[in-house]
Design a binder for this molecule. Structure first.
Ligand code: PRP
Ligand code: URA
Length: 220
């Protein structure tokens, strides 16, 4: 549960702002940070977010025998997962989730914001047939108006994915975007690293960091 602008969001997790995370966020927001550093530190934050996302998955009890011959009562993951990076910026999170989730399926969805209106334009999705049986991680580092995320969730729901199995991971968000997504789909889970002040007249996040996809993929 997290509170944003005085409103409670039971399904929202905001990462604890440790000195480590504050420092990483500062590096990726700094306009003087070089692209290689931006990639390295954004990947580190994405790793923290994805680990938190994995904590949302169900587990069941499992007992193993250790090499001392004693029993250890532990747990194991249950259920299959699929990641859905929103192309383009979401692709930056794909390699990070592959590092921690061995048997994961990766689907893709191509949505681009119209540069004039900031409305999402849906182009195409590539989803595995069994997606409705999986826990689905939507990956997109920026949550601004929430249009791209909502278009993605709508596509997943058309493919019979239950809202309760969707975990949306983003790196920087704003109150408007959180309300747009969790107000529409209150049963999904959302994990963010930091909630910024709001949007400017071009629907860019303030203080934000600029165009994540352009920086990460080196488009000037
Ligand atoms: C950016 C970002 C999100 C979207 C967020 O993508 O990666 O997908 O904007 O904005 P929203 O919440 O208002 O929809 P963009 O469409 O600019 O493309 P990119 O990933 O190629 O940079
Ligand atoms: N997409 C970005 O990359 N940055 C923003 O501030 C908003 C959308």
């Amino acid at each position: 549960m997290a509170i944003v602008n005085g409103k409670e969001y039971p399904q929202l997790i905001i990462l604890k702002m440790t000195s480590q995370l504050r420092t990483l966020m500062t590096i990726i927001r700094d306009e003087n940070t070089k692209r290689n550093d931006f990639i390295f530190y954004a990947d580190r934050i994405n790793r923290l977010l994805i680990e938190e996302g994995l904590n949302c998955l169900p587990t069941s009890e499992k007992t193993v025998t250790t090499r001392t011959g004693e029993e250890y009562v532990g747990s194991e993951f249950v259920g299959k997962i699929c990641a859905v990076p929103i192309i383009r910026a979401g692709l930056s999170m794909e390699s990070v989730i592959r590092e921690v989730a061995k048997k994961i399926r990766i689907a893709h969805i191509l949505i681009q914001r119209d540069e004039e209106t900031a409305k999402p334009i849906f182009y195409k999705s590539w989803l595995p047939e069994d997606i409705k049986e999986r826990y689905v991680f939507i990956l997109d580092p920026m949550l601004a108006t929430g249009g791209s995320a909502n278009a993605t969730i709508a596509t997943l729901k058309e493919n019979q994915v239950d809202e309760s199995k969707i975990i949306f991971i983003n790196l920087v968000s704003v109150p408007e975007g959180i309300e747009a997504v969790l107000g529409t789909y209150p049963n999904i889970k959302m994990i963010t690293a930091e909630v910024d002040r709001g949007l400017n007249e071009n629907a860019f996040i303030l203080p934000g960091l600029g165009d994540f996809g352009d920086i990460y993929f080196g488009i000037d």
